[in-house]
Design a protein around this ligand. Structure first.
Ligand SMILES: NC(=O)c1ccc[n+]([C@@H]2O[C@H](COP(=O)([O-])OP(=O)(O)OC[C@H]3O[C@@H](n4cnc5c(N)ncnc54)[C@H](OP(=O)(O)O)[C@@H]3O)[C@@H](O)[C@H]2O)c1
Length: 328
């Protein structure tokens, strides 16, 4: 495993990391999660991604139980969570400050909830899971910075924020000597590139922004498993994942994945390994957050590390010719 600095911070994150969206609680129970985390750590993965909203808080519970069972020294692993949507039902009395917000009131309660669900004293990385136009950025920056000052978190960042908002948050923190945002968590894969490659370009050297990217396989599309419809037992077949169906079955993208599989075959790897390695090849990416519903997928995806040195300029050009025209 290779380790990279998380942006300009001194924190070293493994090039591949493991997240729990969709999987933990829904597809992966505590004992399977424990097995997967152990295998990930054995392979050198040191960062595990989570969020308050995943499985309505239950993903944090499952990961916390796995950490407890594994008894790892706390210094050996990095764990994250993210705040924005909240866990309350929008129609519930008292929910006004508990949903879709980054206000100080919500954030200060949210961190305590995540710590309790995970059974931890602090969380390494905390993210503002989406921007909140209804809260002044300064209020959010102060709350996130205070979480760190209070010892409840170590670093903070954003997820899917516009570049202008990240820049504004960084400037506010700089001006008031607060803890600055050090990382962003954007979607980044062969079919989704604009933000990472263009919009954020001005931030890397300037603010030292690090990236912890999500969905390297476009939810599984880049494995090629959706070429002939939605396979049973896949993410696309889950009842609440209907919003992914159109994208997963996109004929042009599935045709491109078949072409990528030919390139992968020549490199003696799978299309999934090629797609994950392609994300890791971007030097602005601190860590590629992978996902797996089965241990075998995790093992296979770790093979992407061996593909990285095979991504020569010539191979990258071929991958680009196939995928770039379809990328958002
Ligand atoms: N910040 C955000 O807004 C945000 C949003 C989304 C995700 N994330 C983070 O990023 C992490 C990764 O995202 P993701 O889960 O969408 O990643 P992904 O790599 O695009 O998709 C992972 C899913 O693809 C399937 N898969 C993975 N490897 C496979 C293989 N080798 N062969 C066949 N199928 C395979 C599995 O689903 P099935 O087996 O069920 O088909 C797996 O759960 C999440 O866990 C989360 O931590 C963050």
């Amino acid at each position: 495993m290779e380790y990279r600095r998380l942006g300009r911070s001194g924190l070293q994150v493994s090039t591949l990391s493991l997240g729990s969206w969709v999987t933990y609680h829904t597809q992966v129970n505590t004992s399977a999660a424990t097995e997967m985390l152990a295998a990930a750590m054995d392979a050198g993965i040191n960062f595990f991604d989570n969020a308050e909203i995943y499985a309505g808080g239950q993903s944090e519970v499952v990961m916390g139980e796995a950490f407890k069972a594994l008894k790892w020294p706390r210094l050996n692993y990095i764990v994250s969570t993210k705040f924005f949507w909240g866990l309350a039902n929008r129609d519930e009395p008292g929910s006004a400050n508990r949903v879709n917000t980054l206000n100080r009131k919500y954030l200060m309660h949210a961190i305590d909830g995540s710590l309790a669900r995970m059974g931890l004293d602090f969380i390494d990385l905390v993210y503002c899971h989406r921007p909140d136009p209804a809260t002044p950025i300064e209020e959010t920056v102060r709350a996130m910075s205070d979480m760190i000052t209070q010892g409840k978190a170590l670093y903070w960042g954003t997820s899917e924020w516009p570049a202008d908002d990240i820049r504004a948050a960084w400037d506010i923190a700089e001006k008031h000597h607060l803890h600055k945002p050090v990382m962003e968590q954007p979607q980044y894969h062969l079919f989704h590139r604009e933000r990472v490659e263009k919009e954020y370009a001005r931030l890397y050297a300037d603010t030292g922004l690090g990236l912890t990217t999500w969905s390297p396989l476009a939810s599984g599309l880049l494995t090629g498993k959706y070429a002939n419809g939605i396979p049973e037992g896949s993410r696309g077949a889950l009842a609440n994942m209907g919003f992914l169906t159109k994208g997963l079955l996109d004929p042009a993208k599935n045709a491109a994945v078949a072409q990528l599989a030919v390139v992968a075959d020549e490199l003696s790897c799978s299309a999934a390994q090629l797609a994950i390695a392609w994300v890791a090849k971007n030097p602005h990416v601190s860590t590629v957050i992978t996902g797996a519903s089965k241990l075998s997928q995790l093992h296979s995806n770790l093979g992407a590390l061996d593909v990285l040195p095979k991504l020569t300029p010539e191979v990258m050009a071929r991958i680009d010719a196939i995928s770039a025209p379809l990328a958002e």
